[in-house]
Design a protein around this ligand. Structure first.
Ligand code: ZN
Length: 236
């Protein structure tokens, strides 16, 4: 998980006339919350764009994400269409998190609705134990080792890892695989003590730098382990 602050406006499907009419029907109990609105094509595309086509929780590349309600619909129905409550996730994270949402301070639904839809106010009052990619700084809560495993630095980090299953075997394997490939190339290049070897090491440095960027899959993992690789490249 990395910090992502949405820059796009609320998509049309969550504010147009058709949607406003639906809200009125919803208020009068003549309609039910529908994925046709929060899962509309423009909402999905905008979320994909904001999150660099990655799952908001595990950072796996995901071009057909599921639309997740950070605060689950089952407990926070009034936030079902709230733009700041919608994030794109992979199927695996969505299944793990499901409708779990541990918080420090319980607030009644009536009082919650009074607080409004601003996530920062809700966060302040409820103190959720699940990291919010739009509010928290995940790098302050997580660290990684070169085996691809994620560790928590805080209680919030620990609960998020557990609830979203961020140490899932497949995730560990995928994080480690690319690291191992790069490690092999470095070792081979160092054995080949010629200009070609030196050029290869420079290319690898550029690759590692690129992997640390927000567009790359598992960028926080790369930010954590890049120093080890850079030291290995520089120490002859
Ligand atoms: Zn995921």
């Amino acid at each position: 998980m990395i910090k992502v602050i949405k820059t796009a406006d609320v998509p049309d499907s969550l504010k147009n006339e058709k949607f406003q009419k639906h809200l009125i029907r919803l208020k009068n109990n003549k309609a039910k919350v529908s994925g046709g609105y929060y899962g509309a094509k423009d909402v999905r595309e905008s979320l994909k764009n904001e999150f660099n086509n990655k799952c908001a929780y595990c950072e796996t590349k995901e071009f057909s994400p599921e639309i997740e309600h950070y605060r689950p619909q089952s407990k926070y129905e009034y936030l079902s269409y709230e733009w700041t409550n919608l994030i794109p996730v992979c199927r695996s994270c969505n299944r793990s998190k499901s409708n779990k949402f541990p918080i420090e301070n319980k607030i009644t639904i009536k009082n919650l609705e009074k607080l409004g839809t601003a996530l920062n106010i809700l966060n302040e009052k409820e103190k959720p134990y699940i990291l919010n990619p739009e509010i928290d700084s995940p790098k302050e809560h997580f660290s990684f080792n070169t085996l691809g495993e994620i560790y928590s630095k805080t209680k919030k980090g620990k609960i998020t890892i557990c609830v979203c299953n961020l140490n899932d075997e497949t995730l560990i394997y995928r994080r480690k695989k690319e690291y191992d490939n790069i490690l092999k190339i470095i070792e081979m290049a160092k054995l080949n003590n010629t200009n070609i070897g030196k050029k290869t090491l420079n290319i690898i440095k550029e690759v590692v730098n690129k992997n640390k960027k927000k567009e790359h899959e598992y960028s926080l993992f790369w930010q954590n382990i890049s120093l080890d690789l850079e030291n290995l490249i520089d120490n002859n």
